[in-house]
Design a protein around this ligand. Structure first.
Ligand SMILES: NC(=O)c1ccc[n+]([C@@H]2O[C@H](COP(=O)([O-])OP(=O)(O)OC[C@H]3O[C@@H](n4cnc5c(N)ncnc54)[C@H](O)[C@@H]3O)[C@@H](O)[C@H]2O)c1
Length: 374
């Protein structure tokens, strides 16, 4: 396939959601993924939590961090990185603060448990922050603020991960793609949900593009010599958010993720984290979640009124010539979610092959391809 053919992607949708066929039903997909985890020996709580987090990605069009991570997680479980029956231990240290030892459980489970604690702290103290120790990859960061939003609170999550992102002007990678996600509830509407890597694109998007045989967008990636490339096969590092000209801002944000995920947890900085695909022992990642109760600051009606008014103004702004109407963070995802509810979730070819292998290994039937999309 021509690497410059981006017809599988919609640049107007931020190069994120794939339009690849075939498509499958969301409920069948979730049941299949959860059953794979159960059959591989993960306990029920972990299997459920990790499936919810992966489906958050696949339902909302964050395909880099949806069900395509199944192969990676199976590899990590087989490779003794992930404790299949973890017993996370929470220690409250101050009224609104605590530390969760994740017991090397799957990051999707550990961070879910951490956000539950942060929510409980915020209900009592107004804000609740939890530093997470000994976790694993937690997928789409946006899945955790959604827990807070569902409880009527503002939520934030972040993590650091192995070095793949160059500093502004560095020859070698230094930070991970260190994402941040912040969600804020909006009365009677879907939330404001900002969820982003501090590189222009996440590593898993590079992997997804490789699977689709297409190139990465310009000014996002570099090759092993640190030279800009759009070839997804040759991309060995990423530029920080802001690209060649303004990458110092993305690098600064990536550094903030290190402060919260390493310095506040006692875990490692990105440069010392074992590679994403290394196996044999737990990666012991640090992560951080925060919940804020708006009512600790203003009456609910004030918060609700300002959020709805702000978003109505934002969405009502006149588009620049030839541009789509402005969106709030999350709007793109809520639209994709509605479309996928109707038409199913697209699965990239490599992930479909993983489903077939996992189906055979665990005696499960992979989700059926929807008619007309084979
Ligand atoms: N676990 C990890 O180690 C890790 C590392 C990196 C990234 N990730 C995840 O990768 C996923 C994808 O990250 P990304 O940086 O590619 O996200 P992205 O660039 O696709 O989107 C970033 C944010 O911008 C918003 N947005 C997009 N287009 C917009 C527009 N036109 N107007 C207004 N807002 C718009 C989206 O709603 C989203 O909140 C995220 O879920 C992130 O958490 C995870």
């Amino acid at each position: 396939m021509d690497q410059n053919d981006h017809s599988h992607l919609n640049p107007a949708k931020g190069y994120s959601a794939i339009n690849a066929e075939p498509r499958v039903r969301p409920d069948e997909l979730a049941a299949f993924v959860e059953n794979v985890f159960l059959r591989i020996g993960m306990d029920e709580a972990s299997s459920k939590a990790v499936t919810r987090v992966m489906m958050h990605g696949s339902r909302l069009g964050v395909d880099s961090h949806g069900v395509r991570l199944l192969a990676h997680y199976i590899k990590e479980i087989d490779g003794n990185c992930i404790n299949k029956q973890p017993k996370p231990k929470f220690t409250r240290t101050r009224p609104g603060a605590g530390v969760l030892d994740g017991d090397n459980g799957h990051g999707g489970f550990v961070a879910t448990v951490a956000m539950d604690h942060a929510i409980a702290l915020a209900r009592e103290a107004g804000i609740g922050a939890v530093a997470i120790q000994r976790s694993n990859h937690f997928g789409a960061a946006g899945a955790y603020p959604m827990q807070a939003v569902e409880a009527g609170l503002i939520g934030l999550s972040t993590c650091n991960t192995d070095a793949f992102v160059h500093l502004h002007g560095s020859k070698l990678p230094f930070h991970g793609t260190n994402p941040f996600a912040i969600g804020a509830p909006v009365a009677g509407q879907r939330p404001w949900l900002l969820d982003f890597a501090t590189s222009s694109i996440p590593v898993n998007r590079v992997m997804l593009y490789r699977s689709l045989g297409i190139g990465v967008p310009p000014d996002t990636a570099v090759d092993s010599e640190g030279k800009p490339t759009t070839d997804s096969q040759r991309a060995t590092g990423l530029l920080p958010l802001g690209g060649t000209l303004f990458g110092f801002k993305g690098a600064g944000l990536g550094g903030l993720a290190e402060v919260l995920s390493a310095a506040l947890t006692g875990m490692r900085a990105s440069v010392d984290i074992p590679a994403w695909d290394s196996v044999g022992k737990p990666r012991e990642l640090g992560q951080f979640v925060l919940a804020i109760d708006p009512e600790a600051f203003v009456p609910r009606a004030v918060y609700d009124g300002i959020m709805t008014g702000y978003l109505a103004s934002l969405r009502g702004m006149e588009p620049a010539e030839g541009a789509e109407p402005p969106m709030a963070p999350g709007d793109r995802e809520w639209r994709i979610e509605e479309e996928r509810k109707l038409n199913g979730i697209p699965i990239d070819p490599a992930t479909f092959r993983v489903f077939a292998e996992a189906g055979e290994r665990f005696g499960l039937t992979p989700p059926k391809v929807l008619q007309g999309n084979a």
